[in-house]
Design a protein around this ligand. Structure first.
Ligand code: DX5
Ligand code: ZN
Length: 223
């Protein structure tokens, strides 16, 4: 299974965004996790279409757009237009997850479905055969720099089992509170796309990205 680091630009320097993202790419990251917050589904407002459009020509990274947006169906086409490669919406944010999945699919974009820490993993079950990625939030969505919720260590293997039992090829992404000192446990639990914001972006973005990727290589060598 592919193993990817998805640095969350929420912790990047927005005044220097393209260059900051380029540091993660230079260190070997292939994904950029882009957190869109609408001030409704979560209290904060982060960034939207104009920012994504501006950074798209500057980056070859896989744009992994995490919509923390109420009624995501209103904006799926707009994010596809901006150059998203993966669009993830929250199960809790829509009354019609199937319609959202179809809208994303119709644009030739990969489909991600996300669940908050309080949503039972089983709630995602009916959609597993229609999505490319399941995003299991490991903090309450809304802010970078929070503490990882330990109950996630049971939720990740539960989701991985549901996926393998059905012979599906669905990525499991984890997002929130992931650092070098807990990332191996998260990998052991069955996640394969790892979001990290505050643990990557900062004083030494290149070095921190590289440290995660070196850790991944060491973890893979042990399997
Ligand atoms: C939180 C966001 C995360 C956030 C992660 O709602 O979805 O992507 O940036 O930040 P860290 O890695 O600092 O917990
Ligand atoms: Zn996110």
């Amino acid at each position: 299974m592919n193993l990817e680091l998805a640095p969350s630009i929420l912790s990047a320097d927005f005044g220097n965004l393209a260059a900051d993202m380029a540091e993660t790419a230079r260190a070997g990251a292939r994904y950029a996790h882009i957190d869109v917050m609408d001030g409704m589904f979560v209290p904060q407002i982060s960034l939207g279409m104009p920012v994504i459009k501006s950074i798209r020509p500057a980056s070859d990274l896989v744009f992994d757009v995490h919509m923390m947006v109420t009624k995501p169906e209103r904006y799926i086409d707009a994010f596809a237009d901006c150059g998203a490669d993966i669009i993830t919406f929250h199960l809790e944010a829509t009354e019609d997850p199937d319609a959202c999945i179809e809208m994303i699919r119709a644009r030739g974009v990969k489909v991600g479905l996300s669940i908050k820490p309080g949503t039972p993993v089983e709630a995602a079950e009916p959609y597993l055969d229609k999505i490319d990625m399941l995003l299991i939030m490991t903090v309450e969505p809304g802010f970078g720099g929070q503490k990882f919720i330990p109950a996630s260590y049971e939720r990740i293997p539960q989701a991985r089992k549901m996926i393998t039992d059905r012979n599906l090829n669905v990525d499991i992404e984890v997002d929130g509170g992931i650092k070098l000192d807990n990332v191996d446990s998260v990998l052991d639990a069955g996640a394969n796309i790892i979001v990290a914001g505050s643990a990557v972006y900062g004083k030494d973005t290149y070095g921190c990205t590289k440290a995660f990727l070196d850790d991944f290589a060491a973890w893979q060598a042990k399997q």
